[in-house]
Ligand binder design. Structure first.
Ligand SMILES: O=C(O)c1ccccc1NCC(=O)[C@H](O)[C@H](O)COP(=O)(O)O
Length: 208
């Protein structure tokens, strides 16, 4: 099976439709108010409605309250939740949908920390991101050779951080992940997707 692709930080219906048409498996809607990709709940619900039968709509949260996360899941029809902040393992449950726990990777110790989330609560996959300043969407890669420590153990890993149409094929070759995720690498400016870049990215990711 080819690698799954999540296009993250979509803010416009036309970008959502273009991503699905290009073969995206999931879209990420960002509910972190400090992100340039932040979407309010009502437009997020409209974006989620573009979802095809087998597509996933993932809500991205950073250190958000459970009450707000649950509200967004219900009002926006989210099919998964991505916890992209400092949430501990015990916070990774309770939303009635699978959870993707994101962790920034600087070195081996972060991969070991990632292991503490495996099999916990509703964690269905880990997203490994680069360690840019801030919480995500920073366009910074990490040492992909570290991913094998998790995938060899059967963990579903989404590789993220600094992926572009130009390097995603190499990332997939190097890590054999469950999926890949991109935000800034397919944008003309933050929150605005470059449709040609989205298409090229998905084609390159799924070519192997
Ligand atoms: O994209 C953001 O602005 C963002 C802000 C805060 C937390 C998470 C955020 N994005 C989540 C993602 O899944 C990104 O796709 C991931 O960090 C990779 O981003 P990029 O390096 O720009 O492809």
């Amino acid at each position: 099976m080819s690698v799954r692709v999540k296009i993250c930080g979509v803010t416009r219906p036309e970008d959502a439709r273009a991503a699905w048409d290009a073969g995206a498996d999931a879209l990420g809607l960002n509910f972190y108010p400090r992100s340039p990709r932040y979407v309010e709940p009502a437009p997020a619900a409209a974006l989620a409605k573009t979802r095809p039968a087998l597509g996933a709509v993932v809500g991205v949260f950073v250190n958000e309250t459970p009450v707000t996360i649950l509200a967004r899941v219900r009002e926006c029809g989210l099919t998964a939740v991505q916890l992209h902040g400092d949430e501990p393992p015990e916070a990774c449950t309770g939303y009635g949908v699978p959870i993707i726990k994101a962790l920034r990777v600087r070195g081996e110790e972060d991969v070991e920390r990632a292991r503490t989330y495996v099999g916990v609560g509703d964690v269905a996959a880990l997203l490994l991101d680069g360690a840019a300043p801030g919480y995500g969407g920073g366009g910074v890669t990490f040492d992909w050779s570290l991913v094998a420590r998790l995938t060899d153990a059967g963990v579903s890993v989404l590789v993220a951080g600094g992926l572009t149409p130009g390097n995603v094929a190499e990332a997939v070759r190097a890590t054999r992940p469950y999926g890949v995720d991109v935000a800034s690498g397919v944008e003309s400016r933050p929150g605005i997707k470059d449709v040609d870049a989205v298409r090229t990215f998905i084609r390159a990711a799924k070519a192997l």
